[in-house]
Design a protein. Sequence first.
Length: 123
Amino acid sequence: MGIVRSFDRRQEPRWPANLQVMVWGVDTQGERFLQEAHAREVSLSGALLTGFDADLRSGDVIGVLYGKKKARYRVVWVRYDGGGEKMQAAVHRMSADECPWRELLNEAEGAGQPQSPAQLPSK
């Protein structure tokens, strides 16, 4: 048997976080939604969003607001949390929009790799 290798397609590091964000868009039923969620494992180009109810699918475009900055993200994949009630979505930022948590990541990079999610505070 050959060597099994794990390749990570990510081009940049992800940082543990627990950022409270607002997410909006159109769900699979064509209904608009606006609700709070949490951004975890953030990077300049993406994040893992958790704790929201909207039913999304891969390819959907949603908006994310963090503090006073917003950006559009394309949904890469979705799944339900362990309880099956809340949604998780991996998202990738649309290149035309600026990363809303860029300042936090710049601070974190200057201080080195964060040791815990508490090092990237929520707003």
